[in-house]
Design a protein around this ligand. Structure first.
Ligand SMILES: Cc1ncc(COP(=O)(O)O)c(C=O)c1O
Length: 442
């Protein structure tokens, strides 16, 4: 059975009677008209369907918690939707913790993770009752113990480890290999455990956490990841008599950005994870653990599209044709950051034959601001509305105000209704944090 992360487009995408692309029952050309472009559009049905597909893929294993990796895209509305679907939240900053809390997430189901959490952020997590903290390094063990002690609490923690598993994805989004900035090397785990057991009495170690990388297409590495973590837990049980009960496997499942991409289904990943637990828990003399899954991209990526308006174009003599749109690397840094590839259609005439090869350029002042190199498109005209698929993850969340350009709005569509979930920035908002020192005022 296929799952929606394997679809190039949001599951409600169709061509309507006007010949325009429609998502969530909303005509994209009308959305562009109503809210202006660039515009992020999120399809609620796709988000909920994928969240449910995660739950049903793991239904045969009763000790599973799903945590959405907030870094992919987090707003209060997204928190509401995924909280309703029974998800907790993997959070990596005070800002993400604050958003989850303000949107009414169940903080007990949440996890705080990250390689350089500040004292204040740890304090905030403990005060707000975040259920688990994944401790990344020795400094953090000491800081968190202090924080927990001053709050008179014992805090449940995981140790983030680097399992030494390489996956075939871009090096900037690999995290599980040994030469990584994240987590304890397996050779450092004993020292961390001894500190927790002997000194850090306000920390309660319940398990191990790893995350191998992102946009992963290989299923077997999830099998290996489970085995590495269980083997380590078995070793700690034998050496220290520790009964660890949790493994957090991170996220990473890939999505389909182009027709050539063939990501595995959620069911295939679940099957590898569960079969590895069944085989390896007895092998390492352990009870079957509680597992945590932390998907980000595969929950939200496919649900999101970005609409741009076509502006100027340039034919390089004997070279490429560049067509510029009204957004680019500031609303979607992925192509310039790690050569990510996207697929686009013309929302106002998606059925026109794709007879030209053009390079779709952003509007920002960098030659590297190219959104799609050599895209097959119908001849494009000023005013056409382009729909870029699969921009739901790591688009808005990585966006900036480069060139002092305003961040776009985001709308949620469902059952022919569209609602703003993030307002478009205004120029007033843009300068609202700027201050002019008195001495520069006259
Ligand atoms: C610890 C951790 N968990 C989960 C994720 C989410 O990964 P993805 O969006 O690929 O599912 C990340 C992404 O960097 C991560 O670092």
């Amino acid at each position: 059975m296929t799952t929606a992360n394997q679809s190039l487009k949001p599951i409600t995408t169709k061509i309507n009677e006007k010949g325009h692309i429609e998502i969530g029952g909303c005509d994209l050309v009308e959305l562009a008209d109503k809210y202006a472009t660039p515009l992020y559009v999120f399809d609620e049905a796709t988000i909920r369907t994928i969240a449910r597909q995660y739950k049903s893929a793991f239904a045969s294993y009763d000790k599973v918690s799903m945590l959405y990796a907030s870094k992919a895209f987090m707003t209060k509305a997204i928190v509401r939707i995924l909280d309703e679907e029974g998800f907790g939240f993997d959070m990596v900053s005070g800002g993400e913790i604050y958003t989850a809390h303000k949107a009414g997430a169940d903080m007990k189901k949440c996890l705080f993770n990250g390689n350089n959490k500040s004292y204040d952020e740890l304090q905030m997590a403990v005060e707000l009752g975040v259920g688990l903290i994944s401790v990344d390094n020795f400094l953090e063990l000491a800081l968190l113990n202090d924080v927990a002690k001053s709050n008179n609490k014992v805090v449940d923690i995981l140790l983030r480890v680097t399992p030494g598993i390489e996956c075939h994805t871009h090096e900037y989004i690999q995290t599980g290999h040994l030469d990584s900035k994240f987590g304890f090397d397996l050779t450092q785990v004993d020292s961390a455990v001894e500190l927790i057991v002997d000194e850090y009495k306000n920390l309660n170690l319940v398990g191990l956490h790893a995350h191998i990388g992102s946009q992963i297409f290989e299923t077997s590495i999830y099998y290996d990841e489970v085995e590495v973590l269980l083997k380590e837990m078995g070793r700690l049980k034998e050496k220290y008599g520790l009964n660890l009960t949790h493994i957090n496997l991170g996220g990473g499942l890939g999505i389909k950005y182009t027709e050539d991409d063939m990501p595995p289904s959620i069911n295939e990943i679940a099957e590898k994870i569960i079969s590895s637990i069944k085989a390896n828990a007895p092998k390492y003399n352990l009870d079957e653990p509680e597992i945590h899954i932390e998907p980000g991209r595969s929950i939200i990526g496919t649900s999101g599209v970005t609409l741009y308006t076509v502006g100027s174009s340039k034919q390089v003599p004997k070279g490429r044709k560049y067509v510029a749109v009204d957004g680019g690397m500031a609303d979607n840094p992925r192509p310039s950051l790690y050569q990510a590839v996207y697929t686009a259609d013309v929302a106002n005439r998606p059925s026109d034959a794709k007879t030209e090869t053009v390079t779709i350029a952003g509007r920002f002042c960098e030659s590297g601001d190219i959104l799609i190199k050599d895209a097959e498109m119908p001849p494009l005209e000023e005013g056409d509305i382009l729909c870029f698929y699969d921009t739901g993850a790591y688009g808005y969340s990585m966006s900036s105000n480069y060139n002092r350009v305003l961040k776009p709005a985001a709308v949620l569509v469902n059952n022919s209704q569209s609602d703003i979930i993030i307002d478009r920035e205004s120029y007033e908002h843009l300068v609202s944090l700027d201050r002019i020192p008195e001495r520069l005022k006259d």
